[in-house]
Design a protein around this ligand. Structure first.
Ligand SMILES: Nc1ncnc2c1ncn2[C@@H]1O[C@H](COP(=O)(O)OP(=O)(O)OP(=O)(O)O)[C@@H](O)[C@H]1O
Length: 822
């Protein structure tokens, strides 16, 4: 029978060539009209050589599957035929579910479809087969389904349902229809080829094998020394677990199909003539010289599983479904010691904090006397933390109540009250409302100013006015003092040094070490320092005289009250703070005064996202007397950022760290590293348009194409209202964002517009880094012609192999800005 089947299969060579050609031709006709088609094609062609060079191919461009199918698809089908012919002829099962991990354009599905068509043709009965294609690239899966497979079943109609059921899933498969898995086989095609995280993927693969207990396993990898060595390690492990090696398939193995794909090669040559592209004119062949395959088998009890399959760890937004990692779990256990949890953007600090609260509450068995404060510096994050707590706390044992403003409108902050409790047990409050909500410090608002921006501007204008007047009066040399008259500098100096380091007297201020403040430098005891102090004193006097305050002044009054032994406060049993990078030493002092036992303070954050305090931010250190006993926990890897984006922005995160050392703050931030099991996702996209029409047109195309990654709306950073409204006018769902509002939160598609400079001079790196690390799926960077020089410096830190230029003008502009030869 095998001979007969092989003979039938051999006869299909030309038909398969024809199908790949037809699918590609249809794709070409539909897509070659696109403005960036030529550029895309040539880059995809160039990038496909990365595979040969042993580098990672990212599979995240529109045309990647098209060029891939014209070279690799046929080879892969050829590779898989021998294995599946052996396996299908030897099985007596009536149903088989094949999981193809790293399915790409679906070569396994083709091989299996061809074999069962052949078995049918020679009169054999065939099992009913379900193929579940799982891949990290939605582009590859889409091309496999909508082009290749659609044409394939026209020629091999036996492969339609019910004989063969095909499914496609990006990254993981949840078994949405509760399919009963009776006889799963698992194939992993080139899954362990990713250079950086193959160990982690192998770990996940091992878990899959023990969960699904597949009878047949097929592992395929590129035939390169390191990858073969890795495969051998894996083989050893699986052998130890009882899997027997059935066969090793290499290029020497007798491949069924030989020679050239004539139709496909002809198309390649036509494409080369019309569009160019390195190597495009080369003929495609059926030989596969570059793989090694390993088939394993284990006879075992069949299972009836209804579970799903997870290829990578995907960002999970539903708090109840998050399975914490071992490190996260460890960090979430209350230790009876003050704790600092540090880690890069998206490593799960907020997840850990909420889990720790749950543990505390459960350890105290929802005791109605328990009093916990959860606070952070961003209103929306306060809401988010409250939502997460609501999801994981026992709804039968506590209820949430939202705070209300003066007019009774619900606010983002909330409280949890346990059953049988006559007071709030958990306070989830924005830091800026602490003085008023728990310190009874009256807010002296600027009644005539409504918006936060307006209020801030009022303070800046006042500082400028006071500094200028003082300079004129004191007859100092204007030029020498210009830098210290900058109202932004004065505003920050007041918050970060005078309040932050609690310099209540000039005696202290004149000599204090202003760690991390950079320029302008103020020598101790200098005339400049005295000038700054006098200005700030006049400013505070002005506010007091006019019955006004600022958020810093309110905090200061709160701390004064806490320091006053005559004022009694009902203290908290536990205090947990998210985004510690926004805490000054004075803020830490507030926490110390508010907690009954300083062992019960937990702080979490990331100094690299320090957009308020910049390089002055610091975590409690061993040399701070009151903070000596802090346990430090470091979490690693970002669950939020797709692998490729982490790789791209790593240089920027390293630069932020080294900058801190340069200004004398030796407390380093956390360099971002992709979480090893994170899905690759798409690389950041670079777009440039000569004018608005061109920019919006390109953005529309990109958004349409990359929606495959699952986002519905885009988030426009930073303060670019024109871009935001133009997108809305063009029917694109978009939100207008500022990083002060969005820090600590995440968005599915971030657009960073480089058109508007951020309104801070010093923390640009931290600002932009925080913007770039908000995305959980897609990042689009829109270049502009008059881009701020600091933004150019940031673009220069990007790993260029980890960028997608949308078209040639976007590429030229990027390289021109970064002064790199095109
Ligand atoms: N173990 C996990 N499994 C799956 N998803 C996770 C896991 N841990 C965290 N996440 C997800 O990763 C994202 C980032 O988590 P979180 O907001 O806690 O990170 P963070 O360190 O606080 O980020 P930032 O520094 O930006 O504030 C969230 O969507 C969260 O649900």
């Amino acid at each position: 029978m095998k001979e007969k089947l092989l003979l039938w299969l051999k006869g299909q060579q030309q038909t398969l060539d024809q199908i790949i050609y037809e699918a590609a031709f249809e794709y070409y006709q539909k897509n070659s009209v696109k403005a960036n088609f030529d550029f895309e094609l040539s880059i995809c062609q160039e990038e496909s050589f990365d595979l040969i060079k042993g580098k990672d191919l990212c599979y995240d461009r529109l045309n990647t599957p098209f060029t891939y199918s014209l070279w690799y698809h046929a080879r892969r089908v050829n590779t898989f035929l021998s294995f599946f012919a052996d396996a299908l002829l030897n099985t007596a099962e009536s149903r088989i579910e094949i999981f193809d991990l790293g399915a790409g354009t679906g070569a396994i599905q083709w091989a299996v479809g061809l074999i069962i068509s052949g078995m049918k043709a020679i009169g054999m009965s065939t099992p009913k087969i379900t193929v579940i294609n799982i891949d990290t690239s939605p582009f590859m899966l889409l091309y496999g389904e909508k082009y290749l497979w659609r044409h394939f079943v026209e020629y091999y109609p036996f492969c339609k349902e019910p004989n063969m059921i095909t499914k496609y899933s990006v990254v993981s498969w949840n078994n949405p229809e509760n399919l009963t898995l009776t006889n799963p086989w698992i194939a992993s095609s080139y899954l362990f080829d990713m250079s950086d995280n193959k160990e982690e993927i192998a770990k996940g693969f091992d878990e899959l094998v023990s969960t699904f207990k597949p009878i047949n396993l097929l592992l395929i990898t590129s035939n390169q020394d390191k990858k073969v060595a890795f495969l051998k390690e894996l083989k050893q492990k699986l052998n130890n677990e009882g899997y027997l090696t059935q066969g090793i398939y290499t290029q020497n193995h007798n491949l069924l199909f030989q020679g050239q794909l004539l139709k496909v090669s002809k198309l390649r040559q036509e494409l080369a003539k019309k569009h160019g592209g390195k190597g495009m004119s080369n003929s495609a062949t059926w030989d596969d010289m570059s793989f090694i395959g390993l088939a394993l088998t284990k006879q075992q009890m069949m299972l009836s599983l209804q579970t799903g399959i997870k290829l990578f760890t995907v960002t999970e937004r539903d708090r109840t479904k998050i399975k914490l990692s071992v490190d996260q779990l460890k960090a979430s256990k209350p230790t009876g010691k003050p704790t600092v949890i540090l880690g890069p953007a998206g490593c799960g600090k907020s997840v850990v904090l909420t889990e720790r609260i749950k543990n505390i509450v459960e350890n105290h068995d929802y005791n109605p006397h328990l009093k916990i404060l959860v606070t952070t510096f961003n209103k929306d994050l306060v809401r988010y933390l409250g939502d997460w707590l609501e999801q994981i706390l026992d709804a039968n044992k506590c209820k949430r109540e939202f705070g209300k403003d003066f007019y009774g409108r619900p606010q983002q902050y909330s409280y949890f009250r346990f059953s049988n409790s006559d007071k709030y047990n958990i306070y989830v409050l924005h830091f800026d409302v602490l003085p008023t909500k728990i310190g009874s410090v009256m807010a002296k608002d600027l009644k005539f100013k409504t918006y936060k921006g307006e209020i801030e501007q009022f303070h800046l204008d006042k500082l400028k006015e006071i500094a200028d007047d003082l300079l004129t009066e004191s007859k100092l040399n204007k030029k020498d003092f210009e830098s210290v008259c900058d109202p932004n500098f004065l505003f920050d100096e007041y918050h970060r040094i005078v309040y932050g380091l609690q310099c209540s007297t000039y005696k202290k201020y004149k000599v204090i070490e202003r760690v991390g403040r950079g320029n302008p430098k103020l020598r101790t005891n200098s005339a400049k320092r005295k000038f700054v102090w006098d200005t700030l004193i006049l400013y505070v006097k002005f506010l007091k005289a006019n019955n006004l305050d600022s958020f810093t002044l309110r905090r200061y009054r709160f701390l004064q009250k806490l320091n006053n032994p005559k004022v009694a406060f009902a203290k908290f049993d536990y205090i947990l703070v998210d985004e510690l990078q926004d805490c000054t030493i004075a803020d830490y002092e507030i926490f110390y005064k508010l907690v009954k036992d300083s062992n019960n303070i937990v702080l979490a954050g990331d100094l690299a996202q320090s957009i308020r305090l910049g390089t002055t931010s610091r975590v409690p250190r061993a040399d701070d007397e009151m903070m000596k006993r802090f346990d430090r926990i470091l979490l690693e890897g970002s669950y939020r950022l797709p692998f490729r984006i982490s790789e791209c922005v790593k240089g920027l995160s390293e630069r932020i760290n080294s900058k801190r050392f340069k200004v004398g703050n030796n407390e380093s931030g956390n360099v971002i590293n992709p979480f090893k099991g994170a899905p690759p996702g798409a690389r950041p996209l670079i777009i440039y348009g000569e004018n608005w029409t061109e920019t919006i047109q390109k953005l529309k195309e990109v958004i349409m194409a990359y929606k495959l990654y699952g986002f519905k709306s885009v988030s426009v950073f930073e303060r670019d209202d024109i871009l935001h409204s133009k997108l809305i006018l063009n029917g694109i769902s978009a939100t207008y964002e500022t990083i002060l509002k969005a820090k600590g939160l995440e968005k599915q598609c971030v657009i960073w517009s480089t058109r508007v400079p951020v309104d801070t001079e010093k923390e640009i790196d931290e600002f932009v880094y925080t913007i770039l690390t908000r995305t959980s799926a897609v990042l689009i960077i829109v270049l502009s012609s008059n881009i701020h020089p600091s933004y150019i410096d940031i673009l220069k830190t990007f790993d260029r192999a980890r960028l997608i230029y949308w078209d040639s003008s976007s590429k030229s502009k990027f390289l021109e800005l970064c002064e790199v030869d095109n």
